[in-house]
Every structure is written in structure tokens, then in C-alpha cells.
Design a protein around this ligand. Sequence first.
Ligand code: ATP
Ligand code: MG
Length: 138
Amino acid sequence: MLQRTLTILKPDTVSARRCGAVIDRLEREGFAILGVRTLHLTQTQAEAFYAVHRQRPFFASLVKFMTEGPIWVLALERENAVVHLRTVMGATNPANADPGTIRADFATSIERNAIHGSDSPENAALELAFFFPSYELV
Ligand code: ATP
Ligand code: MG
């Protein structure tokens, strides 16, 4: 089933100038790019995006990281997009990420882990709407 998901190339990926390398992998994995935005999240935006984690001990540090510089936000489409993106991203902690995954190759810590991917179709819909007006995604 053709499905959409959302990815964020996090500030570590942008500052390391690895967006092209990560996007190349996503395209080779069969994802079509329906929309791209570059933006610098405000604290309020980052807190809202990661609101599910607000009680976690790492929340303040995560928000600081996600607001330290620009990010690239991409709307992606593919068969089984949500699960496939999570597979090619690899585990949250790069120490546990399978060889060849994006996080295994580009993440430097459990926090500075290069890329975000929606974790369910429901959250993909919410996250796509967070960043893209529906009329922008054709
Ligand atoms: P993402 O939601 O960014 O795709 P994920 O779903 O693999 O990542 P989550 O559990 O949703 O992981 O955590 C969100 C983000 O918070 C992680 O990607 C990472 O940047 C940060 N994070 C998660 N756990 C920790 C931790 N124990 N210490 C520091 N940062 C963490
Ligand atoms: Mg998550």
C-alpha cells in the first residue's frame, strides 16, 4: 500500500553537510520526495513536535539539540513507507543500529542520531500536517 511518512534531517546532519548523502539513500530505497522544507525550529515548535516525550529526562536536552541549527523536513511516499523508513534509519541508539542503516553510518550518539522518522501511520499523518499544509503535498 502506497503510504506517506515524515522524516527530519536533524541539526547534526545539516551542520555536517550530510543531507545529500542521506537523501541519496532514501531515494535509492524507493522513497519519492513529495515536499521539502528547511527551517530552524523555535523552542515552542520543538517542544510541540516532541510533546510525547515531555516527561522524559532527556526532553530539555532533546529540544536544545533540535533547535541548535536548521533542519530539513521531508514528506516521503513509498510502499509501506512508515515501517520501511524506520528500518533504513536503524535503532535510536547508533550503538544498536544495524550495519548499513542511516544511524549506524551518520549518528554520533543516542541524542545526535541524524534523522527522525514517524513511528506509525497515525503519527505520520499528524507530523505531515504539523509541517505541510495539505495543499502543498501533491
Ligand atoms: P525519532 O522520534 O527522532 O525518530 P526514535 O523514534 O528512534 O527517534 P524516540 O524514543 O522517539 O526515538 O526519541 C526521540 C529522540 O529523542 C531520539 O531520536 C533522540 O534524538 C532523543 N533520545 C531518545 N532517547 C534518548 C536518551 N535516552 N538520551 C538522549 N536522547 C534521547
Ligand atoms: Mg520517535
